[in-house]
Structures are given as C-alpha cells and as structure tokens.
Design a protein around this ligand. Structure first.
Ligand code: HPA
Length: 282
C-alpha cells in the first residue's frame, strides 16, 4: 500500500466511524459515560442493565459482525448502578481476520459519542501458577504481541496524539476503586495481561516464554481496544477472568468448552465487581 492509498483508506475509516456515531446518536437518547466490553462467556453482565435500547450489530452501519459462536453481537444501552452505560455483548478479534482498526471500531465510535470510561473484560489463561480458574485479575499493565497496532498509519489529530503515552494504560484510580469496592476477596488478583494473535493456543514452550517476559495471564483480545481507548483519552479498567491455568511443566489441553464453562462460572463475580465499581464512580 503506498502512502496515498493509506490516507484514502483512513479517510474511509474515519467516515465510517462518524456514520456509525451519527446512527447511534439518533438511537440513543443520552450518550453513555461508561463503555463495557464483555468477553467470552461474560456477556451476562449486560443482563443487569436496565436497558433502554438493544441494538444488534448488523443494524449499526459499518459495524463488523461477530463470527465467533460464543460471542453475541449486540449493543445494550441503559443504566447500571445509576450510571449511563453501553455494553458490547460480543467483540471482534484479530484472529477472526479483522484488522485491529476493525476490532477497535466500537471503541472509536463510543469515544466520539462522549464516553469517558472503558471497562473491558476477557477470558484468559493464567500463567501465574498461584492463580485458579474462576479468579478475577485486575489488569495492571499489558504486553501487546498482536502484530498490528490499531494506530498504525496516518493519525487523526482530533482523535488523539500521534504517540499516545501508555505509562498508565490501565487506570490506577480504577484499580484501587475496584479493590475497595469489592473488599479485595482472595480471588481478586492483579497482574500483567499478554495478548497473542491466536487462534491457536500456546505451546508449553510459548507459555514458559510468556511467563518469562513478565505476563500473568494470556489471551487473544483487549490490547487493541485499550490502545485506542488511551489514544482517545478514556480511563480504562481491564478485568481478566482466569478460565484455565497453564503450567508449562504439566501442560494440559486447553479446551474451548472448559474456557467458556469456567468463564461462565466466574461471571457472577465479574457482574458483582462491575456493578460495585460503577456504583462507586460518583
Ligand atoms: N490462552 C490464550 N487465550 C485464552 C486462554 C489461553 O490459555 N484461555 C482463554 N483464552
């Protein structure tokens, strides 16, 4: 792709984002302050919302479609713990074949609508061997191994800076608030999330490598959305639900059924935590 082609496709992308924003502006009475992105087996958080609008992704112009069966594709807008929220039930992944610009399209649209906070969840594999399936991990930081940065290419200055700072990609304030709100139960951990491209799961040797480079949990999502959220000036709370724990010296097959079942088992904990955090946002 030469430079002019790159600029053209960015123009196109910008227009698509603005068209989707204009559509949602008409559909949503008052824009949400908080965006929730719900990962594998975790879409039930949206059931807690007093919904004012439920919008299937296919109705939103230029919105990607979710191709993974375990992910629903709809946007639920309404109130949660007294705050205006928009929850994406089902997200897009790099492994589905989407570019990271497509993956982050929903975040960009919500940022333009005026959202201030992103609460993003995922199901992840534990690398810290003290973790147990069903634990929740507040994401303190990330390592992005997905080989395409969503901000690559010409920068839209109105959307954010060319070189966004990621020194606190995951808000310290929100992590403290989450610990205070939850009473810090033993299953609430805090650690580093590493995103791999997927869709194949890690080998034992890769698992050892990911642990060595400083990660506590591994998954195939979240980092592109968090990069864009930071670019757009949103404050981010990231929560991994530990669905399995991967011990390189005693490696067990990682089965999607188990990942989903374990994520769903921990969903109640996630729902409670998210509700308490949102209630405390003031
Ligand atoms: N690896 C990568 N992604 C995952 C895992 C894992 O072990 N568990 C849930 N998502």
């Amino acid at each position: 792709m030469d430079k002019s082609e790159n600029t053209l496709s960015l123009l196109d992308y910008r227009q698509k984002v603005e068209i989707a924003r204009d559509f949602l502006k008409r559909e949503i009475v008052r824009p949400p302050e908080i965006v929730l992105v719900l990962g594998t087996g975790l879409s039930g958080v949206a059931e807690e919302i007093e919904a004012e609008a439920i919008i299937p992704y296919e109705e939103i112009p230029h919105f990607p479609r979710s191709t993974v069966e375990s992910h629903r594709g709809r946007l639920v807008v309404g109130k949660l713990s007294g705050h205006r929220v928009a929850a994406f039930q089902g997200r897009f992944h790099y492994y589905e074949g989407y570019s990271t610009k497509e993956v982050t399209f929903p975040i960009r649209v919500m940022a333009l609508l005026g959202a201030r906070i992103l609460i993003i969840s995922n199901a992840a594999g534990g690398l810290d061997l003290s973790y147990q399936p069903g634990d929740l991990m507040l994401i303190a930081d990330h390592i992005n191994l997905i080989p395409e940065n969503p901000l690559r290419g010409p920068n839209v200055e109105e959307w954010g800076p060319r070189f966004p700072d990621l020194s606190e990609a995951y808000s310290k304030r929100l992590r403290i608030l989450a610990r205070e709100a939850s009473g810090s139960p033993p299953y609430l951990r805090e650690g580093v999330y590493v995103a791999v491209p997927g869709p194949s799961l890690e080998t034992p040797a890769e698992t050892r490598f990911l642990r060595l480079i400083g990660a506590d949990a591994v998954g195939m999502s979240t980092t592109p959305e968090v990069i864009v959220a930071n670019h757009a000036g949103l404050e981010v709370l990231g929560i991994s639900v530990i669905a399995n724990v991967n011990d390189p010296d005693n490696f067990q097959p990682i089965l999607l059924e188990d990942v989903i079942a374990n994520a769903q088992k921990a969903e109640g904990r996630l729902v409670e935590l998210v509700k308490k955090v949102v209630a405390r946002l003031g």
